[in-house]
Design a protein around this ligand. Structure first.
Ligand code: NAD
Length: 370
């Protein structure tokens, strides 16, 4: 198989962790005989510095002509006080809009060897497998008007929360399609006791549910969802929610895995390339020190192999290699414990890459995880 992958490392640890995803994809290419061609584009603060915009047109063009996009993370203190339209995050919002990435899929998995890194007790998190589906191109992050206002002589600010029926329908249908291949339960999160958009959301969810009689639908208010994710995460299979609720709840769910640095994501569209990125940010506190955990980016590459390229065996191999390396005690600082083999970003990447390349070891661990 031959595929073109656009790589947008971004800022801070973005470059360090995307190097890990590339190394692993190269190992998969070598091991399974595929050709992956990588082309690099700028986004975020580095693009502001070089091009005067957080998302240059040539980056958009590069992404549109690729089979998949791999992103690191954007932002950092250097750009915290620049004009709003130049902020690195605007590059992220714009690429989502340009590629029409309407849904963000964030799996939260249980890693047995990391149980102690989670602040939650092992019996609460053991064997959890949650797939959060977050609406990504609508809601309050995109609604207009968005402005500073003056009302009754009092300065204030205004954001707009808007959803069209079509925007809600497509992301909820995706959640049901995914649930029908899993444990057949969709939990729809809203704030229908207060928000009109949530009442429409709930109405649409009920309609779509009729198309999937084998899938159970439950509704839950966002404040209760925030509590239940910590109290009893095992109750969830597929969780679908709007943009801002999903942003917050998926970071909360990441705690279960032990570290933000472990979490991958895929953003899907109706027609164009999908975008894959770890859910963490640029981690300015550890950037440039070879300390970042590259596993979120590496697992995002595994999602790319599985979802965009249909390479199931290859994706299984990457996931099995990550599990094997963790089981062997290798840890970056964020998931380290006493007595572990503490490694840098590049050492962790090398370990995972070597495990993928080692045919015998791979077969053995694939059998044990299948
Ligand atoms: P962050 O995710 O960058 O960091 C939060 C904490 O988690 C930090 O202590 C950091 O060291 C740690 N961490 C994050 N990823 C890690 C990894 N891979 N390995 C080890 N530790 C890791 O969030 P923040 O500090 O709130 O934001 C920093 C910058 O990143 C801000 O400019 C923010 O806007 C940006 N950001 C970007 C994205 C994105 O590009 N998708 C997402 C979130 C935040």
């Amino acid at each position: 198989m031959e595929k073109r992958i656009a790589v947008l490392p971004g800022d801070g640890i973005g470059k360090e962790v995307t190097n890990g995803a590339i190394a692993v994809l190269q190992a998969v290419g070598e091991r399974f005989n595929h050709q992956f061609h990588f082309s690099f584009g700028r986004i975020g603060g580095n693009a502001v510095d070089t091009d005067g915009t957080p998302l240059p047109d040539e980056t958009i063009a590069l992404c549109k002509e690729s089979d998949a996009v791999l992103l690191g993370a954007v932002g950092g203190p250097k750009w915290d006080n620049i004009a709003v339209e130049l902020r690195p995050e605007q590059g992220l919002l714009k690429i989502r809009k340009e590629l029409e990435l309407y849904g963000n899929l964030r799996p939260t998995l249980y890693y047995g060897s990391l149980a102690d890194a989670s602040p939650l007790r092992k019996e609460i998190i053991e064997d959890i497998d949650i797939l959060m589906v977050r609406e990504l191109t609508g809601g309050i992050y995109f609604g207009t008007p968005r402005e500073r206002t003056m009302r009754d002589g009092e300065p204030g600010a205004l954001d707009t929360l808007y959803y069209s029926r079509r925007e809600i329908e497509r992301v909820i249908r995706t959640a049901f399609e995914l649930a029908s291949t899993r444990r057949k339960k969709v939990t729809s999160v809203d704030k229908a006791n207060v928000l009109e958009t949530s009442r429409l959301w709930r109405e649409v969810a009920e309609e779509i549910a009729k198309e999937f009689p084998e899938v159970t639908l439950e509704h839950i208010l966002v404040d209760n969802a925030a509590m239940q994710i910590i109290r009893n995460p095992k109750q969830f299979d597929v969780v679908v929610t709007e943009n801002m609720f999903g942003d917050i709840l998926s970071d909360e769910a990441s705690v279960i895995t032990g570290s933000l640095g472990m979490q991958p994501s895929a953003s899907i569209s109706e027609n164009g390339p999908y975008l894959y990125e770890p859910i963490h940010g640029t981690a300015p506190d550890i950037a440039g020190q070879n300390l970042a955990n590259p596993i979120g980016a590496i697992m995002s590459a595994a999602m790319m192999l599985r979802v965009s390229f249909g390479l199931t065996e290859e994706a299984d191999a990457v996931e099995a290699a990550v599990n094997q390396v963790l089981d062997s005690g290798y840890r970056t600082g964020d998931i380290a414990f006493e007595g572990c083999k503490r490694v840098s970003t590049t050492e962790m990447i090398d370990e995972i890459k070597a495990t993928i390349m080692d045919t015998d070891a791979l077969l053995k661990i694939q059998n044990c995880y299948s």
